[in-house]
Design a protein around this ligand. Structure first.
Ligand SMILES: Cc1ncc(C[n+]2csc(CCOP(=O)(O)OP(=O)(O)O)c2C)c(N)n1
Ligand SMILES: [Mg+2]
Length: 555
């Protein structure tokens, strides 16, 4: 076997694991990497330089979510890693398959401000380890990729001591195993749940992002229609169910009493690929009472009965479980039950129509507001969005307006996970790199955009043509709406006096001018009538456009 350096072995492993995009920001501890990447034999690696680590993390997250493949990020030692951790948190809670690495100081210089990088990221990675000897490199690199890509997918981390890259080895790359994640549910549990569904008077489904991750949206539609269930989503950032479907009733409220009010109306709730409930504020109580039978199907064992009372847990790929349930129900359901389901569906259609009418009314009421409302902005946008466009939603408090004025099909929108702001600027470019032939529009709050504004430099440097729509409401508006919930629902104040401390931007940001300084196309818009024109002109452009749109920030 031929001898080579650790860095050459590592780059061969990346090739073996189908990595050709590298998102990163290097330092001296990564000299071996940049030294080798400059060689002609490695020209097939596309390196995307981010000038702030959050941008690299956002790009990797967007790319991984859109391709379903494992993304690779390399950051610099403790300092660079620290900058990346904020958006690593989003990737971790969202389950994005990402292998993150950082170079560390030579293990032989142990006492020279050498940090324990693994300790820094342990909380937000599925698996993390340090490679201190070249003999460990093949196994640990393979393990990092295997852990990241097998369900539940998540980021993993390798700290690599500088000596490892320079040492010589005759070891070879270890291939990744072929692991099917198409695992089937237990047939007895499927029988129990099918019977419960057939007996139920008003079943409800709660879908989560592992529906989208397992490409189960079509099966979820078939299942909802067969069973006549109401469909809610909970703590999601993907489109798991077509939002214009007549059985779709939106997001489960994230305040416990309001979510419980909905749950209590159902004799059967089936959570599928879902975290079920993730309310931010603590409110005493349990989501499920004893009158509701709660079944949970998931590929993540830890998601089942994580907090909620659960009567039946089914560990399975959601797609396979839904297929089995559909077959089982079809084999056992009688004509009378089918009739009952069909009547029940008419009631659900009426409920969803009521939601659509209320959304239309709000849009109409706010249509001529000055400054323009988020509803007007997205209603104008809806007229120029085709099936061909992918949306990155980091619109924060403008999200309800986006969802009220537009319908989305699975894989047509990727949303922010919650946690850290700053995700959307990088994620928009990551999704574009994954879909070079599609138009990708990032809709981003001004506060979130400002966190990772350095992304515009990467858009210019790496020539990644996307469209950013910045919701310039001149504030951290969501902090104001959450302050209202805090005072009313948590502190139970009778006559709350709202003082929105440290939530306004004065001066406000001029994103159009910022874009222009990077040689990009920056346009400031205050007149809603200009939105369609500018969006249309920006589609298919070979240069990034920033549409900086002034919208109302009042609460
Ligand atoms: C890294 C990080 N810092 C601070 C916060 C707290 N935070 C959550 S939402 C938010 C404001 C978002 O503002 P913006 O993007 O302008 O959207 P808007 O609320 O105005 O719609 C802030 C500061 C956070 N989530 N993450
Ligand atoms: Mg804002």
């Amino acid at each position: 076997m031929k001898s080579r350096t650790g860095i050459e072995l590592f780059l061969s492993a990346l090739k073996e694991y189908n990595i050709d995009h590298i998102f990163g920001n290097p330092g001296t501890s990564e000299s071996a990497i940049t030294n080798s990447l400059a060689l002609p034999e490695h020209k097939d690696f596309k390196y995307f330089l981010a000038v702030q680590e959050g941008v690299a993390m956002g790009m990797a997250d967007g790319w991984a979510r859109s391709t379903g493949k494992t993304a690779f990020v390399n950051l610099h030692i403790d300092s660079g890693l620290a900058n990346g951790i904020s958006l690593l948190i989003n990737a971790f809670y969202g389950g994005a398959p990402i292998v993150l690495t950082a170079g560390n100081k030579d293990i032989r210089k142990f006492n020279s401000y050498r940090s324990n990088l693994v300790n820094m990221v342990k909380e937000f990675t599925k698996w993390s380890a340090e490679v201190t000897h070249i003999e460990q490199l093949p196994e640990m690199t393979m393990r990092a990729f295997k852990e990241a890509s097998t369900p539940p997918t998540a980021p993993t981390f390798l700290s690599i001591s500088a000596n490892v890259f320079d040492e010589i080895t005759d070891l070879d790359v270890i291939k990744l195993p072929q692991i099917s994640n198409n695992f089937s549910p237990d047939s007895n549990s499927i029988k129990i749940l099918s019977d419960k569904i057939i007996e139920s008077d008003n079943p409800m489904i709660i879908l989560g992002d592992r529906i989208s991750h397992s490409n189960s949206s079509n099966k979820a539609v078939e299942f909802a229609e067969l069973t006549g269930s109401k469909v809610y989503v909970s703590s999601t950032s993907e489109i798991n169910f077509p939002t214009d479907h007549k059985q779709y009733l939106g997001s489960l409220p994230n305040l416990l009493p309001k979510a419980k009010e909905i749950i209590d109306k159902h004799d059967l709730v089936i959570s599928i690929g879902s975290n079920v409930f993730d309310g931010f504020f603590y409110i005493k109580g349990q989501l499920f009472g004893n009158k509701t039978y709660h079944a949970h199907i998931d590929s993540s064992a830890s998601a089942i009965s994580r907090n909620e009372q659960t009567n039946l847990g089914i560990l399975s790929n959601p797609n396979t479980a839904l297929k089995s349930l559909i077959i089982n129900i079809n084999n056992n359901i009688d004509g009378e039950t089918r009739e009952k389901i069909s009547l029940r569906k008419n009631d659900i259609y009426k409920e969803s129509e009521k939601i659509s009418s209320a959304n239309k009314q709000t849009t109409q009421d706010k249509f001529n507001d000055d400054p323009m409302s988020a509803y007007r902005l997205f209603s104008e946008l809806s007229e120029v969005l085709s099936e061909d466009v992918i949306i990155i939603d980091d619109s924060v408090s403008s999200r309800p307006a986006l969802m009220a004025t537009n319908n989305f099909k699975p894989k047509k929108l990727f949303g922010e996970r919650g946690g850290a702001i700053g995700w959307g600027m990088g994620a928009t470019m990551g999704v574009k790199l994954a879909n070079p032939d599609k138009n990708v529009i990032g809709i981003i709050g001004d506060g979130s955009a400002m966190m990772t504004m350095q992304a515009l430099w990467t858009a210019a440097n790496s020539k990644i043509p996307v469209i950013y729509i910045i919701c310039n409401n001149k504030s951290y508006r969501v902090l104001k709406t959450n302050m209202q919930i805090y005072k009313e629902e948590i502190l139970n104040e009778d006559n709350p006096d709202y003082k929105y401390f440290a939530m306004d931007f004065n001066p406000s940001f001029n994103f159009a001018e910022l874009a222009n300084t990077f040689g990009l196309n920056g346009i400031k818009i205050s007149d809603p009538k200009l939105i369609k024109k500018h969006v249309t002109e920006s589609l298919n452009s070979d240069i990034t456009t920033v549409l900086d749109i002034d919208i109302d920030g009042s609460v």
